[in-house]
Design a binder for this molecule. Structure first.
Ligand code: PLP
Length: 292
């Protein structure tokens, strides 16, 4: 129970439904965000709210979807959903989708609907993994961002391979998948950006086949604050095997150490010291213990 913001109104959770002929359900053309609110000394605070809303609007623009609301209205909607559901911490899911006003591939005659839901969602991959790290495998599915949408759009249609990769990893007993790009370079996890630490430097794939993650930007900033050299470049899978440390970043996964890739133990085989430092800076910041 609770309230979901739908097209400008608060609707009871059970009534926030769509018709089976909802266009986005059939063709996957839609955009969404994953946002978190954390409990802070000043009450619940949505981390990087404006950045997430901006990315949602950019995603819609890239896909050519008309947005019937302003960024300010969407910011206010997200704050209202957290507040009116009395959530002290939450995962928020804003999404824009085409309705059931018409079928067929054309969408220019359809209305864009917008919704924001929020619920309590603790650690995505488990508290214990945050300190010990996860085991992943290289997926047989590749990350090829739909031609035109590239890395700036968080679009529903981009997720088929991510979901297949995660399904494959889970079935094979791993916690997450690593997707390579079309050329065989490291792209990202199913819903996370990846970083490796080698010789005290932080390396992450450049923005050609991974999402421009907001947690990624935050971690790059932290590393720069610490005086750690950051390089955005093409990374090969074997570089991860022999890296000192590796971790995933994402709003859901937060800062998640990777302890094993394809049966090779990475570094000390657990959370490394630089990962631990960046992770604690992240939690301090989202929980309002560290100035932005
Ligand atoms: N990569 C993909 C494919 C994602 O879905 C996400 C999640 O949003 C990320 C990376 C991490 O992005 P962010 O840190 O903005 O949550």
């Amino acid at each position: 129970d609770g309230l979901i913001w739908l097209d400008g109104e608060m609707v009871p959770w059970r009534e926030a439904k769509v018709h089976v002929l909802t266009h986005t359900l059939h063709y996957g053309m839609g955009v969404f965000e994953g946002v978190r609110a954390y409990e802070t000394p000043k009450g619940p605070a949505i981390f990087r709210l404006q950045d997430h809303t901006k990315r949602l609007f950019n995603s819609a623009k890239i896909l050519g979807m008309d947005m019937p609301f302003s960024e300010d209205e969407l910011n206010a909607a997200q704050l209202a959903v957290v507040k009116q559901n009395n959530l002290s911490s939450a995962y928020l899911r804003p999404m824009c989708f085409y309705g059931s006003e018409g079928m067929g591939l054309r969408a220019d005659n359809l209305k864009t609907h917008v919704m924001v839901a929020a619920w309590e969602w603790p650690s995505y991959m488990g508290e214990e993994n945050l300190s010990h790290g996860i085991r992943i495998n290289t997926s047989s599915y590749t990350r090829h961002h739909v031609n035109i949408t590239m890395c700036k759009a968080k679009a529903n249609g981009n997720y088929m391979n991510s979901m297949l990769a995660l399904q494959e990893a889970l079935r094979n007993g791993y916690d997450e998948a690593l997707l390579l790009d079309n050329e065989g370079y490291v792209a990202e996890g199913s819903g996370e950006n990846i970083f490796v630490i080698t010789n005290g430097e932080l390396h992450t794939p450049e923005l050609t086949s991974c999402l421009d993650g907001i947690t990624r930007r935050t971690i790059i900033q932290f590393a720069e604050d610490l005086g750690i050299t950051v390089k955005e470049r093409r990374i090969t899978r074997d570089e991860i095997y022999i890296a000192d440390e590796a971790f995933f970043t994402g709003t859901a996964a937060e800062v998640m150490p990777i302890r094993e890739l394809d049966g090779r133990s990475i570094g000390c085989g657990s959370r490394g010291p630089i990962t631990e430092k960046l992770q604690s800076m992240y939690f301090d910041q989202v929980k309002g213990q560290r100035e932005e």
